[in-house]
Write a protein that binds this ligand. Structure first.
Ligand SMILES: [Zn+2]
Length: 66
């Protein structure tokens, strides 16, 4: 079974794509702050876990100052 994966998210400040290692053994939605690799500004990254298919299906990034 796959235990980790690389997902991508787009920085909401500069629009650049970032890569993110995700631990697939955590069977819950994840919500944390990740700094952009390009502009170093913090984005709030949300990973939604699909409980029916037991996989992560959606990654969303938001401004942290909203
Ligand atoms: Zn950025």
């Amino acid at each position: 079974m796959q235990t980790d994966d690389v997902l991508s998210w787009v920085c909401q400040y500069c629009g650049e794509e970032n890569s993110l290692w995700v631990d697939l053994t955590i069977m819950e939605d994840q919500d944390f702050i990740e700094d952009c690799e390009i502009c170093c500004r913090p984005n709030r990254v949300l990973i939604t876990h699909d409980k029916e298919n037991e996989e992560y299906i959606f990654v969303d990034a938001r401004l942290t100052d909203e």
